[in-house]
Ligand binder design. Sequence first.
Ligand code: GLY
Length: 355
Amino acid sequence: MSAGIYIDNSPVFTGHISELLPVWLRSKDFSSIFVLSDNNTNRLCYSYLQKSLEEYAPVHAFVIEPGEHRKNLETCSLIWSEMKNAGLDRKSLIVNLGGGVIGDMGGFCAAAWKRGVEFIQIPTTLLAMTDAAIGGKTGIDFDGIKNTIGVIKQPAAVFIDPVFLKTLPDRELRSGMAEVLKHAAISGELSSGWVDALVQFESSGPDWIEILTRSVSVKTDIVREDPDEKGIRMLLNMGHTIGHAIESTFLNTSQPLTHGEAIAVGMICESHIAQSHNIAVPDMDLLSRYLLKIYDLPRITDGTTEKLWALMLQDKKNASGNVRITLPDAPRSMQILNISRSDLDDSIAYYNSLI
Ligand code: GLY
């Protein structure tokens, strides 16, 4: 079996789930299995693991409606009721099969059930494979604010199989590429061949195993060093202060952006702000060029900047009333900057000049 990359005792495997999962299960002693999926992942992905699970222990599958608007306490309540009906005990295993919503919410439900049962993440989107499924962040949205309630709890294992990428629409697949490029940017690997292969992506597909292995190892190294996000893990927020504000602002328009598109805008703007504060983000021009090649990004109108700033003032990463961004100034080295409204305005003007 592939050795996996470890965070504490928790392996992250990249390869064929049909081979990796049965071997891992045989090394464990679970009493029963509860599979959480949504309508899409149940239909398109469950068959890749169903037999391995059913040969191991009694399985109870629970399917929910897809979508971020389901990531709330009401859905957790449904999941816990179903866990109770299924008679789960503390030796049961929860299997989260899906994208970020399923992984975050299923992880949270597992972490709270009977004070914590083991769970595994089986991400089915590129975004979840490279980011959300790794590092133990679990949680739900509350009162309209993303990821307000949750805990950090490492999964018992993560299984990353690029076979699931075939199930994604092109725009959803591309959404994950921004996080892969972010990992390359913060580890100084932007000019590597594997990044070029990702950016030149055509329908025949690049070598996903190599891309995922490289990207995942950047994230696992950082999480291993700082699991509770007290230091270097904050570097993974690159592009996300402005990016999250962009994502929320476009959400209720006729042209909502994917997470990756919004983070792409955020990375371009935040790198520009860093440069104007004399912090040189390595390969910043290459990063912008790659992002503009992958995504068809919109211009940001003057009126939008006001809304962005209002949202950024509410960002949960702020400290002492300051809006903060984190950027690399060298591979795996972080700078934290307090930024002003005029920094934002200048960066949006710069971004618009590239569009
Ligand atoms: N998504 C950033 C992190 O896991 O820290």
